[in-house]
Design a protein. Sequence first.
Length: 385
Amino acid sequence: MKTEPQIIIIGAGIGGLTAAIALRQAGFGVKVFERAAEVKEIGAGIGLSTNAVRVLKHLGLMQPVVDRGTVIKAAVTYDSRGNRLGSMPTNLADVPSVCLHRADLLQALLSAFSQDCVHRGEQLVRFNQTSQAVTVHFASGRTATGDALVGADGLHSRVRAQLCDDGEPVYRGYQCWRGVCDQRSGGAELTETLGLGVRVGLVPIGCRGTAWWCTANEDELASDEPHGAKSKLLNWLAHWPKPIPEVIRGTDPAAIIKTAIYDRKPLKTWGKGCCTLLGDAAHPTTPNMGQGAGMAIEDAIVLARCLSRYPDPVAAFPLYERLRYARTAKVTNISRYYGVMGQWENRGAAWLRNRIIQLGSGKNAMKGYANFVSYDPNTISLNAG
């Protein structure tokens, strides 16, 4: 009697855990290996548009996620003087958009998955595959063998490096600082405020308070010393509209995270044999569309559906990649374009950008957004032809 494939997943982030849940619900054996020894509370907010929440609903996880965060009704854009540029309703679908703390999302996913299947403190060194199986080797000396390998190990994926050997991701010219202030905004709106080469977003995340992010044009290896990230940000933002300065001041400076912004040119094929990639390992994107987690969550359910239909990974993985390429490439390319515009420093260019936003916040924009978030990966055809 043929048994279902045993799947090894590298990475216990949002995409890796969602894939593990979807695969387990479909009847597959799953083992997840994660480099980090523990889930850390230090982190930032994350937004899940309705396309991602719809997948979580299918997996029985929507309500635990909604309970941990804030249901978002609109995304609003301002200039750095506080003038309102545009607004986009986010409650245009059958499920809500939700913002919450990243750690709370991970805990919601972990609560739906057997803890003995997640192996922490294991750093991948290499893997070997044959026509029948794949064996992974870890820095600890441990090995594991399965029928398939899914690399969900993020932007600097070791699985991708061995599969694709396509070098490092591309730095896009700006940095991002993230943090959480326990002051609650009391609203149900995402806001983005645009300056000259600097942008700030505020994100309500339920009882956790308000998450925020700030992007600014800087060299890839720029340091925040000698005064630190918080002082640098307040120097830029002290006179920006309320509550931006207050939220930054109310953030623990030790909990501010700084990350350089990267992406990659989209690839049509990112797997080989019984190995494939998922989420940022496959199609890293800049955060300007807020769809990094959403694309990983969509990947997870499509991957599980393909393996359910074609249990041989050599047949299922190319189909999965083909089904995901166009949508993820679109997000990567549009997000990069938005980032370029958002980081404009020239006053004339920034005026033009703001004017475009004002003119583009109408019915056509809402229709385009509604079409994008109405995507349901459970309804796409799995015809391998």
